[in-house]
Design a binder for this molecule. Structure first.
Ligand SMILES: C[S@@+](CC[C@H](N)C(=O)[O-])C[C@H]1O[C@@H](n2cnc3c(N)ncnc32)[C@H](O)[C@@H]1O
Length: 207
């Protein structure tokens, strides 16, 4: 099974799964890092069922939510039907369905470790940012838990923070920094034989 099929399959359970992995504090750190302002436009890449999108809509932003999985986006649409500020777009990391330099913020939570070429995914995120726009990625630090690849279809076993910083800078972003979110992602293997606790970083850069 590839990652797209995996997320199509878990779309209905994703919110419950997500709550067991990490808390709402992760998105609060992401919003604070970007210093989000009402009335602006944000893109949420690998948006899933709208963990990041929902908070942004509640804060008064318009959001372009992009995901490879129609099922994840459909689940978000049902959940966020009270909001008319979300534009749902099916799309892939290498070719985001967003025009150049059109958004004020770009967020991606727990997306990067699923994509084939993370440096390329970051370059695409930088492409869609307007001048002065801000990119914020929250994801896993490097870890050694193989079962996250086999059971959760992770492609990368987290990231080295220095490498993330270099990818941001190569994408043309400045004032780059990578900090701790102050929370870990926790998951148990299906058989219950192993449990993972992996720290989460927040990476920031400005166009
Ligand atoms: C772990 S989920 C995170 C979802 C959401 N950001 C959250 O925090 O709950 C990863 C999401 O990224 C999407 N995704 C993975 N690889 C992708 C790619 N190459 N292009 C677009 N979306 C992708 C998946 O379909 C899935 O919805």
């Amino acid at each position: 099974m590839n990652s797209k099929k995996y997320f199509e399959q878990v779309a209905q359970q994703w919110d419950a799964m997500r709550q067991s992995f990490f808390s709402e504090n992760v998105r609060e750190v992401a919003y604070a890092t970007a210093n989000v302002q009402a009335g602006k436009v944000a893109a949420d890449i690998g948006a899933g069922t709208g963990f990041i999108t929902e908070g942004l809509a509640r804060k008064g932003l318009r959001v372009i939510a992009v995901d490879q999985s129609e099922a994840m986006l459909e689940a978000m649409k049902r959940k966020l039907k009270e909001f008319n500020v979300v534009d749902y777009r099916v799309g892939e990391s290498e070719r985001l369905p967003i025009e150049d330099e059109t958004v004020d913020y770009v967020f991606a939570n727990m997306y990067l470790h699923h994509v084939e070429t993370p440096s390329e995914a970051i370059r695409e995120m930088a492409r869609v940012l307007s001048a002065g726009g801000k990119a914020v990625i929250t994801d896993l630090d490097e870890h050694g838990f193989e079962f996250l690849k086999t059971e959760h279809h992770d492609r990368w076993m987290g990231f080295n923070r220095e490498e993330i910083k270099q990818w941001f800078e190569k994408a043309g972003l400045r004032n780059v920094r990578v900090d701790c979110v102050g929370e870990s992602c926790c998951a148990e293997s299906g058989g219950g034989s192993e449990s993972a606790t992996v720290s989460i970083f927040v990476a920031f850069g400005e166009k």
